[in-house]
Write a protein that binds this ligand. Structure first.
Ligand SMILES: *Cc1c(COP(=O)(O)O)cnc(C)c1O
Length: 237
């Protein structure tokens, strides 16, 4: 576990980099930072909450449950994002715990997500469609061609609110490979936004490539190790 001050310093450093990069691009608003807290403790999350970070990303429903419950009465309360692959049998539970699901990639998830959210009550669940834009076998996500039908199905499902798209950049030594992926995602996002102006979120960019993601038009970044330090166990995205 990083010391309190070191963790807050690393977080402040990432926030400063985002602000600086955004200023170069001068978008209407800087990209929103989701702090990826998988493998990290509720106590560490609490430290960042106190520093001003609101959005946290988790990969596994089971791991997140204990942390979400532990921080339920903290002030302010975290906004929770599920960023890992979602199994159908966990979808109903996920819809009751998280505020955002970034990894909707097949129609089969929609009924259990809707059921869980209706049981939970309150605001509709924010959902992003995960797109595997480089057709990489190692990654989940639907093909770009499948996005319109999936979006239509989400829009027709009670208690779900379609907010946009998510992708994981290519992980190569050449960091510019991620840039090409991000550029393709931005153009897909723009074409969908023309038809559905209510979508406002393009989630892309991790510790190794979040500055490129900002350049290419990300509105939401998912950054873990640059804030929390290296994870103890190697964890596939
Ligand atoms: C783990 C993870 C991240 C954060 O990764 P870092 O390289 O630690 O910033 C972002 N997105 C997804 C989908 C992940 O699984």
């Amino acid at each position: 576990m990083e010391s309190n001050s070191q963790l807050q310093r690393q977080w402040a450093d990432v926030q400063a980099q985002i602000a600086e990069r955004a200023a170069v691009r001068s978008p209407t608003r800087p990209a929103q930072l989701v702090a990826v807290s998988k493998t990290r403790s509720a106590a560490e999350i609490e430290q960042l909450l106190q520093a001003g970070q609101r959005d946290f990303g988790e990969n596994y429903v089971q791991e997140a449950t204990a942390k979400i419950c532990a921080l339920r009465s903290s002030a302010p309360t975290p906004v929770w994002h599920l960023i890992g692959h979602l199994q159908s049998n966990k979808a109903e539970q996920a819809a009751q715990l998280f505020d955002w699901i970034h990894t909707v990639d097949r129609p089969k998830l929609l009924a259990p997500l809707s059921r869980g959210r209706l049981a939970h009550g309150g605001e509709p669940l924010n959902v992003l469609i995960q797109v595997n834009i480089d057709d990489d076998d190692a990654k989940h996500g639907c093909a770009p061609a499948d996005v319109p039908a999936l979006a239509e199905a989400i829009l027709a499902t009670p208690a779900l609110r379609w907010r946009g798209l998510m992708t994981i950049g290519r992980q190569h030594e050449q960091s510019d490979d991620a840039r090409a992926t991000f550029r393709q995602m931005k153009s897909l996002f723009d074409s969908l936004q023309i038809q559905d102006p209510q979508i406002d979120t393009l989630s892309m960019g991790m510790s190794g490539d979040y500055l490129q993601a900002i350049d290419e038009g990300a509105t939401m970044l998912r950054v873990g190790s640059a804030i929390f330090g290296m994870r103890p166990i190697k964890d596939s995205p």
